[in-house]
Design a protein around this ligand. Structure first.
Ligand SMILES: [Zn+2]
Length: 66
């Protein structure tokens, strides 16, 4: 059984790279029982989406076009 520290580290890694099946399974299994890591995971996903939206806006700025 992995502890919260390992799970949050895995969740963070999963934001940057693809996790293995075993790693995703470990996260999924852990967050079923641990609300702390569940919150961390949903916050990370929210931040990731927000960051992506922000980056997309920067790239689509009209004044960047010639
Ligand atoms: Zn946990």
């Amino acid at each position: 059984m992995r502890n919260c520290r390992e799970i949050t580290a895995l969740v963070s890694q999963g934001m940057d790279k693809k996790l293995s099946f075993g790693e995703r399974l470990a996260i999924g299994f852990h967050v079923m029982m641990c609300s702390h890591c569940r919150n961390f995971q949903s916050q990370s996903q929210f931040m990731r989406k927000a960051a992506r939206r922000y980056t997309g806006q920067l790239q689509n700025r009209p004044d960047k076009k010639p």
